[in-house]
Design a protein around this ligand. Structure first.
Ligand code: FAD
Length: 309
């Protein structure tokens, strides 16, 4: 049976949607064991809800972005000799699994849409226009980070797993001197959200309507480069070629023209809804549903309708 090691940098009292999806992937591939950088007792209970029966962690908690997380993955791999090591496609996990892949002399696929037990993975490239399959040629396990929204989330309740603490031999020459924690926004993480409301120049710096719409939908806010360059929202919200790539189930594009650089970051979304007052805006070429109209007329109607429900 394929042995799958699932790496989470931290597990709190519930799993993120991306973590729950990853466990569904892992369960479909074989027998999954989780290795977690930090894991409070409530974290083990959260894993039990998703059917996890084996959990490894370090003797002390290690928080991302500490390079010691890679040492933990290497120690867990030495313990289990897995065929696959999977993690969510977040910057900290890509960092940890990249370091671990070097230490294990193994192959790594980042941003994968899926993997198989035989060491191959699929990936969307060139802004989602092509799907490629990569096969690792190394002997070791396949390491891969998986994009969110590529699997369903399954809950298969199990007994709370026993947590085994590993001795981790720290190999890293990197020392973290200072960490800054960003204040929580109260919104889902942009790259993991199942619904994204993205806005562009059309909002002219007034975010009230897009924020209300996002609030009603429980959505994350994204933006075009024009909007982030104007300082209307932090650059981390930029979707596109030079920003983040998102693939939510629902992407609502508000006052964005749909230039090729913006599309590069969102065109693999499940359903794309575009609101633009210009009927010739390129965004309508990729939209599943389009509303030609002024966002200041359209958005209040959408918000009212959502509040009525
Ligand atoms: P515009 O193109 O100005 O479009 C505004 C749209 O809003 C128009 O279609 C207009 O009809 C509509 N509108 C205006 N008022 C209203 C209203 N009241 N109601 C409804 N609709 C309205 N861009 C990104 O987004 N992400 C990237 O990562 C990115 N990377 C880039 C990398 C490179 C190398 C380059 C050269 C460019 C990059 N860009 C990126 C910029 C990109 O090419 C576009 O310039 C940008 O996406 C345009 O942003 P926008 O759609 O908000 O603005």
């Amino acid at each position: 049976m394929t042995q799958v090691l699932v790496f989470f940098d931290r597990v709190v009292d519930h799993l993120t949607p991306a973590q729950a999806e990853l466990l569904t992937h892992a369960d479909a591939l074989g027998e999954a064991v989780v290795v977690a950088g930090s894991l409070p007792p409530a974290g083990a209970e959260a894993l039990a809800v998703h059917g996890v029966t084996g959990v490894l962690t370090g003797a002390d908690s290690i928080y991302a972005p500490d390079p010691a997380l890679a040492d933990l993955v290497v120690a867990a791999a030495a313990e289990l000799d897995p065929d696959l090591i999977l993690g969510p496609d977040t910057p900290d996990t890509v960092d940890a699994l990249s370091r671990a892949a070097v230490a294990l002399d193994a192959g790594l696929i980042t941003g994968a849409n899926g993997v198989t037990g035989s060491g191959s993975g699929t990936k969307s490239v060139l802004a989602g226009s092509w799907r490629t399959t990569a096969q690792i040629s190394e002997d070791g396990p396949l390491l891969a980070t998986l994009r969110p929204n590529t699997a369903s989330q399954q809950a298969i309740a199990a007994e709370v797993p026993e947590v085994v603490a590993l001795e981790v031999a720290a190999s890293s020459a990197v020392e973290i001197l200072e960490e800054t924690e960003l204040p929580p926004s109260g919104r889902p993480d942009l790259t993991e959200a199942s619904t994204v409301v993205a806005f562009g120049r059309g909002v002219e710096g007034d975010l009230r309507l897009v924020e209300q719409l996002a609030e009603e939908l429980g959505a994350a806010l994204g933006a075009s480069r024009v909007a982030t360059d104007a300082g209307w929202i932090d650059h981390s919200a930029q979707v596109g070629q030079t920003g983040v790539t998102v693939s939510p189930q629902l992407y609502i594009s508000v006052g964005i023209s749909g230039a090729v650089h913006q599309r590069a970051g969102m065109q693999t979304s499940g359903t794309i809804v575009a609101i633009n007052k210009d009927e010739d805006a390129p965004v309508f070429e990729i939209a599943d549903f389009g509303v030609v109209g002024d966002l200041n007329d359209v958005l209040p109607q959408m918000i009212d309708e959502l509040r009525r429900r």
